[in-house]
Design a protein around this ligand. Structure first.
Ligand code: ZN
Length: 395
Protein backbone atom coordinates (compact mmCIF):
# COMPACT_ATOMS: atom_id res chain seq x y z
CA UNK A 1 0.00 0.00 0.00
CA UNK A 2 1.17 3.45 -0.83
CA UNK A 3 0.60 6.37 1.49
CA UNK A 4 1.21 8.83 -1.35
CA UNK A 5 0.46 8.22 -5.00
CA UNK A 6 4.02 7.70 -6.14
CA UNK A 7 5.69 4.60 -7.55
CA UNK A 8 8.62 3.22 -5.55
CA UNK A 9 12.07 2.56 -7.05
CA UNK A 10 11.33 -1.17 -7.14
CA UNK A 11 8.01 -0.69 -8.88
CA UNK A 12 9.57 1.51 -11.56
CA UNK A 13 12.45 -0.93 -12.10
CA UNK A 14 9.98 -3.82 -12.37
CA UNK A 15 8.01 -2.03 -15.07
CA UNK A 16 4.93 -1.32 -12.97
CA UNK A 17 4.57 2.22 -14.37
CA UNK A 18 4.66 0.95 -17.93
CA UNK A 19 1.69 1.09 -20.29
CA UNK A 20 -0.30 -2.13 -20.32
CA UNK A 21 0.15 -2.74 -24.03
CA UNK A 22 3.83 -3.53 -23.45
CA UNK A 23 2.84 -6.16 -20.89
CA UNK A 24 0.49 -7.70 -23.46
CA UNK A 25 3.21 -7.51 -26.12
CA UNK A 26 5.53 -9.44 -23.79
CA UNK A 27 2.80 -12.01 -23.21
CA UNK A 28 2.24 -12.55 -26.93
CA UNK A 29 5.95 -12.61 -27.85
CA UNK A 30 6.61 -15.05 -25.03
CA UNK A 31 3.82 -17.39 -26.16
CA UNK A 32 5.23 -17.34 -29.69
CA UNK A 33 8.87 -17.76 -28.63
CA UNK A 34 10.00 -14.34 -29.89
CA UNK A 35 11.13 -12.62 -26.69
CA UNK A 36 14.77 -13.35 -27.49
CA UNK A 37 14.54 -11.85 -30.96
CA UNK A 38 17.33 -9.26 -31.23
CA UNK A 39 16.16 -5.69 -31.75
CA UNK A 40 17.83 -2.30 -32.01
CA UNK A 41 15.73 0.63 -30.80
CA UNK A 42 16.49 4.33 -30.81
CA UNK A 43 15.20 7.40 -28.99
CA UNK A 44 14.53 10.47 -31.11
CA UNK A 45 12.37 13.60 -31.12
CA UNK A 46 10.95 15.29 -34.21
CA UNK A 47 11.05 18.82 -32.82
CA UNK A 48 11.35 20.75 -29.57
CA UNK A 49 8.66 22.73 -27.71
CA UNK A 50 8.10 26.39 -28.63
CA UNK A 51 10.46 26.15 -31.59
CA UNK A 52 13.57 25.73 -29.39
CA UNK A 53 16.61 25.05 -31.57
CA UNK A 54 18.45 22.93 -29.00
CA UNK A 55 17.81 21.01 -25.82
CA UNK A 56 19.87 19.96 -22.79
CA UNK A 57 19.82 16.16 -22.63
CA UNK A 58 19.00 15.12 -19.06
CA UNK A 59 17.50 12.17 -17.22
CA UNK A 60 19.67 9.49 -18.81
CA UNK A 61 21.44 8.64 -15.55
CA UNK A 62 18.14 7.25 -14.27
CA UNK A 63 17.56 5.51 -17.61
CA UNK A 64 20.98 3.84 -17.30
CA UNK A 65 20.05 2.65 -13.81
CA UNK A 66 16.74 1.36 -15.16
CA UNK A 67 18.40 -0.94 -17.72
CA UNK A 68 21.45 -1.80 -15.60
CA UNK A 69 21.66 -5.57 -15.06
CA UNK A 70 19.59 -6.44 -18.13
CA UNK A 71 21.31 -8.07 -21.13
CA UNK A 72 21.40 -4.90 -23.26
CA UNK A 73 23.95 -2.55 -24.78
CA UNK A 74 23.11 1.14 -24.48
CA UNK A 75 24.77 3.86 -26.55
CA UNK A 76 24.02 7.54 -26.41
CA UNK A 77 24.87 11.16 -25.76
CA UNK A 78 26.36 11.87 -22.33
CA UNK A 79 23.95 13.56 -19.95
CA UNK A 80 24.31 17.34 -20.22
CA UNK A 81 24.88 17.26 -23.99
CA UNK A 82 23.29 20.24 -25.74
CA UNK A 83 21.69 18.45 -28.66
CA UNK A 84 19.77 19.36 -31.80
CA UNK A 85 16.64 17.33 -32.60
CA UNK A 86 17.56 16.96 -36.29
CA UNK A 87 20.58 17.30 -38.53
CA UNK A 88 20.70 20.14 -41.07
CA UNK A 89 19.29 17.64 -43.57
CA UNK A 90 16.33 17.02 -41.28
CA UNK A 91 17.30 13.54 -40.08
CA UNK A 92 16.26 12.95 -36.47
CA UNK A 93 19.27 12.65 -34.15
CA UNK A 94 19.10 9.48 -32.00
CA UNK A 95 20.01 10.53 -28.46
CA UNK A 96 20.15 6.92 -27.24
CA UNK A 97 20.24 3.46 -28.82
CA UNK A 98 19.37 0.16 -27.13
CA UNK A 99 20.48 -3.20 -28.47
CA UNK A 100 19.57 -6.63 -27.16
CA UNK A 101 16.83 -9.24 -27.00
CA UNK A 102 13.59 -7.25 -27.29
CA UNK A 103 12.10 -9.01 -24.26
CA UNK A 104 14.94 -7.61 -22.14
CA UNK A 105 13.76 -4.02 -22.54
CA UNK A 106 10.24 -3.96 -24.01
CA UNK A 107 8.40 -3.46 -20.71
CA UNK A 108 10.57 -0.52 -19.61
CA UNK A 109 9.82 1.79 -22.53
CA UNK A 110 7.37 4.02 -20.62
CA UNK A 111 9.59 4.76 -17.60
CA UNK A 112 12.67 5.14 -19.84
CA UNK A 113 10.93 7.82 -21.89
CA UNK A 114 9.56 9.53 -18.78
CA UNK A 115 13.05 10.01 -17.34
CA UNK A 116 14.48 11.77 -20.40
CA UNK A 117 11.33 13.60 -21.61
CA UNK A 118 10.83 15.21 -18.21
CA UNK A 119 14.47 15.76 -17.29
CA UNK A 120 15.40 17.26 -20.65
CA UNK A 121 12.41 19.64 -20.62
CA UNK A 122 13.29 20.99 -17.18
CA UNK A 123 17.03 21.19 -17.92
CA UNK A 124 16.43 23.01 -21.21
CA UNK A 125 14.14 25.61 -19.65
CA UNK A 126 16.63 26.08 -16.85
CA UNK A 127 19.39 26.67 -19.45
CA UNK A 128 17.22 29.21 -21.26
CA UNK A 129 16.56 31.09 -18.01
CA UNK A 130 20.25 31.07 -17.09
CA UNK A 131 21.16 32.49 -20.50
CA UNK A 132 18.35 35.07 -20.34
CA UNK A 133 19.66 36.16 -16.92
CA UNK A 134 22.93 37.26 -18.58
CA UNK A 135 25.21 35.77 -15.93
CA UNK A 136 23.11 36.73 -12.91
CA UNK A 137 22.14 34.15 -10.27
CA UNK A 138 19.17 31.88 -11.03
CA UNK A 139 17.70 29.79 -8.21
CA UNK A 140 15.34 26.88 -8.83
CA UNK A 141 12.27 27.58 -6.67
CA UNK A 142 9.60 25.46 -8.37
CA UNK A 143 9.34 22.15 -6.48
CA UNK A 144 6.25 23.34 -4.59
CA UNK A 145 4.19 23.37 -7.78
CA UNK A 146 4.82 19.73 -8.70
CA UNK A 147 4.25 16.36 -7.05
CA UNK A 148 6.70 16.16 -4.12
CA UNK A 149 7.86 12.66 -5.11
CA UNK A 150 9.74 14.18 -8.05
CA UNK A 151 11.36 17.08 -6.17
CA UNK A 152 14.84 15.47 -6.47
CA UNK A 153 14.40 15.00 -10.24
CA UNK A 154 13.20 18.60 -10.73
CA UNK A 155 16.02 20.11 -8.71
CA UNK A 156 18.70 17.93 -10.27
CA UNK A 157 17.56 18.73 -13.83
CA UNK A 158 17.27 22.47 -13.10
CA UNK A 159 20.76 22.47 -11.65
CA UNK A 160 22.22 20.56 -14.59
CA UNK A 161 20.53 22.96 -17.01
CA UNK A 162 22.14 25.97 -15.38
CA UNK A 163 20.35 27.04 -12.19
CA UNK A 164 22.99 28.02 -9.63
CA UNK A 165 21.14 26.51 -6.70
CA UNK A 166 18.00 24.63 -5.73
CA UNK A 167 15.53 25.22 -2.92
CA UNK A 168 14.46 21.78 -1.69
CA UNK A 169 16.40 19.93 1.00
CA UNK A 170 16.25 16.61 -0.83
CA UNK A 171 17.07 18.20 -4.19
CA UNK A 172 20.14 19.85 -2.71
CA UNK A 173 21.22 16.53 -1.19
CA UNK A 174 20.78 14.87 -4.60
CA UNK A 175 23.18 17.29 -6.28
CA UNK A 176 25.55 17.51 -3.31
CA UNK A 177 25.08 21.25 -2.63
CA UNK A 178 23.56 23.35 0.14
CA UNK A 179 19.91 24.25 -0.44
CA UNK A 180 19.31 27.94 -0.97
CA UNK A 181 16.40 30.12 0.03
CA UNK A 182 15.50 33.38 1.67
CA UNK A 183 12.54 33.85 4.01
CA UNK A 184 8.81 33.44 3.39
CA UNK A 185 6.09 36.03 3.96
CA UNK A 186 4.83 33.65 6.64
CA UNK A 187 7.87 34.43 8.85
CA UNK A 188 7.22 38.16 8.70
CA UNK A 189 3.53 37.74 9.44
CA UNK A 190 4.17 35.36 12.33
CA UNK A 191 6.83 37.63 13.88
CA UNK A 192 4.39 40.54 13.85
CA UNK A 193 6.31 42.99 11.65
CA UNK A 194 9.19 43.21 9.20
CA UNK A 195 11.77 44.63 11.57
CA UNK A 196 11.13 41.96 14.20
CA UNK A 197 11.34 39.26 11.53
CA UNK A 198 14.59 40.59 10.02
CA UNK A 199 16.18 40.85 13.47
CA UNK A 200 15.03 37.41 14.57
CA UNK A 201 16.22 35.77 11.36
CA UNK A 202 19.63 37.41 11.73
CA UNK A 203 19.89 36.33 15.37
CA UNK A 204 18.76 32.74 14.99
CA UNK A 205 19.83 31.40 11.58
CA UNK A 206 23.42 30.16 11.37
CA UNK A 207 25.96 32.71 10.15
CA UNK A 208 26.96 30.71 7.07
CA UNK A 209 23.53 31.39 5.54
CA UNK A 210 23.52 34.58 3.48
CA UNK A 211 20.98 37.08 4.74
CA UNK A 212 18.32 37.80 2.14
CA UNK A 213 15.36 39.86 3.35
CA UNK A 214 11.95 39.66 1.75
CA UNK A 215 10.81 43.27 1.37
CA UNK A 216 7.27 43.42 0.01
CA UNK A 217 5.08 42.04 2.79
CA UNK A 218 3.23 45.08 4.17
CA UNK A 219 4.74 48.31 2.83
CA UNK A 220 6.27 49.61 -0.33
CA UNK A 221 9.39 47.77 -1.53
CA UNK A 222 11.76 50.69 -1.11
CA UNK A 223 10.61 51.40 2.45
CA UNK A 224 11.06 47.78 3.50
CA UNK A 225 14.35 47.47 1.58
CA UNK A 226 15.88 50.38 3.46
CA UNK A 227 14.48 49.00 6.73
CA UNK A 228 16.14 45.64 6.00
CA UNK A 229 19.47 47.33 5.22
CA UNK A 230 19.32 49.21 8.51
CA UNK A 231 18.28 46.15 10.54
CA UNK A 232 20.60 43.39 9.24
CA UNK A 233 24.28 44.30 9.38
CA UNK A 234 25.60 41.87 6.78
CA UNK A 235 22.59 41.93 4.50
CA UNK A 236 23.42 40.09 1.27
CA UNK A 237 20.29 40.94 -0.72
CA UNK A 238 16.70 42.01 -0.62
CA UNK A 239 14.08 39.91 -2.40
CA UNK A 240 11.15 41.48 -4.19
CA UNK A 241 8.25 39.09 -4.69
CA UNK A 242 5.78 41.86 -5.54
CA UNK A 243 2.26 40.47 -6.06
CA UNK A 244 0.74 40.75 -9.52
CA UNK A 245 -1.89 43.22 -8.29
CA UNK A 246 0.87 45.73 -7.35
CA UNK A 247 3.13 45.29 -10.35
CA UNK A 248 2.71 48.52 -12.27
CA UNK A 249 6.27 48.29 -13.55
CA UNK A 250 8.65 45.82 -11.93
CA UNK A 251 11.47 47.47 -13.88
CA UNK A 252 10.76 50.85 -12.26
CA UNK A 253 10.38 49.29 -8.82
CA UNK A 254 13.84 47.68 -9.16
CA UNK A 255 15.40 50.96 -10.34
CA UNK A 256 13.84 52.81 -7.42
CA UNK A 257 14.90 50.27 -4.79
CA UNK A 258 18.44 50.28 -6.21
CA UNK A 259 18.53 54.07 -6.13
CA UNK A 260 17.29 54.38 -2.56
CA UNK A 261 19.66 51.71 -1.23
CA UNK A 262 22.60 53.35 -3.05
CA UNK A 263 21.65 56.76 -1.62
CA UNK A 264 22.06 55.35 1.88
CA UNK A 265 25.34 53.58 1.28
CA UNK A 266 23.98 50.07 0.69
CA UNK A 267 25.17 49.63 -2.89
CA UNK A 268 26.68 46.25 -1.91
CA UNK A 269 23.21 44.85 -1.13
CA UNK A 270 21.89 42.88 -4.10
CA UNK A 271 18.36 42.73 -5.48
CA UNK A 272 16.71 39.33 -6.06
CA UNK A 273 13.39 38.99 -7.86
CA UNK A 274 10.86 36.16 -7.70
CA UNK A 275 7.20 35.53 -8.38
CA UNK A 276 5.86 34.08 -11.62
CA UNK A 277 8.99 34.78 -13.68
CA UNK A 278 9.52 33.25 -17.11
CA UNK A 279 12.57 33.31 -19.38
CA UNK A 280 11.37 36.37 -21.31
CA UNK A 281 11.00 38.47 -18.15
CA UNK A 282 14.60 38.13 -17.01
CA UNK A 283 16.59 40.21 -19.54
CA UNK A 284 14.71 43.50 -18.95
CA UNK A 285 14.90 42.99 -15.17
CA UNK A 286 18.67 42.44 -15.36
CA UNK A 287 19.04 45.69 -17.26
CA UNK A 288 16.98 47.49 -14.59
CA UNK A 289 19.40 46.28 -11.90
CA UNK A 290 18.27 42.83 -10.73
CA UNK A 291 21.17 40.66 -9.49
CA UNK A 292 19.41 37.33 -9.19
CA UNK A 293 16.17 35.46 -9.67
CA UNK A 294 14.12 32.74 -8.06
CA UNK A 295 12.42 30.97 -10.95
CA UNK A 296 9.71 28.52 -10.02
CA UNK A 297 6.85 27.15 -12.06
CA UNK A 298 8.22 28.04 -15.47
CA UNK A 299 11.15 25.67 -14.82
CA UNK A 300 9.46 22.92 -12.78
CA UNK A 301 6.49 22.90 -15.18
CA UNK A 302 8.63 23.25 -18.32
CA UNK A 303 7.22 21.59 -21.44
CA UNK A 304 8.43 18.00 -21.72
CA UNK A 305 10.47 16.94 -24.73
CA UNK A 306 8.50 14.37 -26.72
CA UNK A 307 11.13 11.69 -27.22
CA UNK A 308 9.84 8.46 -28.72
CA UNK A 309 11.45 5.02 -28.81
CA UNK A 310 11.33 3.03 -32.05
CA UNK A 311 12.65 -0.28 -33.30
CA UNK A 312 15.02 0.33 -36.23
CA UNK A 313 16.56 -3.14 -36.65
CA UNK A 314 15.22 -6.65 -36.10
CA UNK A 315 17.45 -9.74 -36.26
CA UNK A 316 20.23 -7.69 -37.97
CA UNK A 317 17.93 -6.33 -40.67
CA UNK A 318 16.93 -2.66 -40.92
CA UNK A 319 13.21 -2.17 -40.34
CA UNK A 320 11.04 0.65 -39.01
CA UNK A 321 7.50 1.91 -38.91
CA UNK A 322 6.24 4.57 -41.30
CA UNK A 323 7.78 7.95 -40.59
CA UNK A 324 10.96 6.58 -39.01
CA UNK A 325 14.33 5.86 -40.65
CA UNK A 326 15.48 2.25 -40.31
CA UNK A 327 18.90 0.91 -39.43
CA UNK A 328 21.51 1.28 -36.71
CA UNK A 329 22.93 4.78 -36.93
CA UNK A 330 25.91 6.62 -35.57
CA UNK A 331 25.78 10.23 -34.42
CA UNK A 332 28.66 12.62 -35.13
CA UNK A 333 29.00 16.26 -34.23
CA UNK A 334 31.29 19.07 -35.36
CA UNK A 335 32.56 20.66 -32.17
CA UNK A 336 33.68 23.77 -34.12
CA UNK A 337 30.32 24.81 -35.59
CA UNK A 338 27.79 22.43 -33.99
CA UNK A 339 26.72 20.70 -37.17
CA UNK A 340 25.26 17.22 -36.51
CA UNK A 341 25.44 14.15 -38.71
CA UNK A 342 23.56 10.84 -38.60
CA UNK A 343 24.98 8.03 -40.74
CA UNK A 344 24.91 4.25 -41.04
CA UNK A 345 28.47 3.84 -42.34
CA UNK A 346 31.67 3.33 -40.36
CA UNK A 347 33.47 6.39 -41.77
CA UNK A 348 33.98 9.51 -39.69
CA UNK A 349 32.19 12.21 -41.67
CA UNK A 350 33.63 15.60 -42.56
CA UNK A 351 31.55 18.61 -41.46
CA UNK A 352 29.37 19.85 -44.31
CA UNK A 353 29.41 23.36 -42.90
CA UNK A 354 33.05 24.03 -42.04
CA UNK A 355 35.00 21.07 -43.46
CA UNK A 356 36.49 19.90 -40.14
CA UNK A 357 36.54 16.25 -39.10
CA UNK A 358 33.53 15.45 -36.91
CA UNK A 359 33.62 13.64 -33.56
CA UNK A 360 31.52 10.66 -32.49
CA UNK A 361 28.89 12.18 -30.21
CA UNK A 362 27.62 8.95 -28.67
CA UNK A 363 29.29 6.84 -26.00
CA UNK A 364 28.84 3.24 -24.91
CA UNK A 365 26.91 3.59 -21.62
CA UNK A 366 25.99 -0.04 -20.81
CA UNK A 367 27.79 -3.14 -22.11
CA UNK A 368 25.62 -6.20 -21.57
CA UNK A 369 23.93 -4.43 -18.69
CA UNK A 370 27.17 -3.26 -17.03
CA UNK A 371 28.00 0.43 -16.72
CA UNK A 372 31.05 1.51 -18.65
CA UNK A 373 31.83 4.17 -16.03
CA UNK A 374 30.64 5.36 -12.65
CA UNK A 375 27.82 7.89 -12.40
CA UNK A 376 29.02 11.46 -12.90
CA UNK A 377 28.38 14.18 -10.34
CA UNK A 378 25.71 16.76 -11.09
CA UNK A 379 28.49 19.38 -11.07
CA UNK A 380 30.39 17.60 -13.88
CA UNK A 381 27.24 17.24 -15.97
CA UNK A 382 26.23 20.88 -15.40
CA UNK A 383 29.69 22.07 -16.44
CA UNK A 384 29.41 20.06 -19.67
CA UNK A 385 26.03 21.63 -20.47
CA UNK A 386 27.09 25.19 -19.66
CA UNK A 387 30.26 25.04 -21.75
CA UNK A 388 28.14 24.13 -24.75
CA UNK A 389 25.22 26.50 -24.42
CA UNK A 390 27.37 29.50 -23.63
CA UNK A 391 29.02 28.92 -27.01
CA UNK A 392 25.69 28.62 -28.83
CA UNK A 393 23.68 31.43 -27.25
CA UNK A 394 19.90 31.65 -27.12
CA UNK A 395 18.18 30.88 -30.37
ZN1 ZN B 1 31.70 22.30 -38.61
Amino acid sequence: MHKFFAATDDEIAAGRTTDVYFERTMEVLSAKGKLDCHAVSEFTVGGLPDGWKWGVFCGSEELIRLYEGRPVDLYGLPEGTVFRPRTQEGIKVPVLRLEGPYGAYCELESPALGFICFGSGVATMSARCKLAAEGRTVMSFGVRRMHPAIAPAIDRASYIGGCDSVSSLIGAETIGQEASGTMPHALIIMMGDQKAAFKAFDEVVEKAVKRVALVDTFYDEKVEAVLACETIKDLHAVRLDTPASRRGSMIDIIREVRWEMDQRGYSNVKIFISGGLGEKDLGPLVRAGADGFGVGTSISNAPVIDFAMDIVEREKRPVSKRGKFSGRKRVHRCMACDTWSVSTGKDVPVCRTCGKEMALAEKLLLKNGKRTKAAESAQTIRKRAMQQFEKLGLE
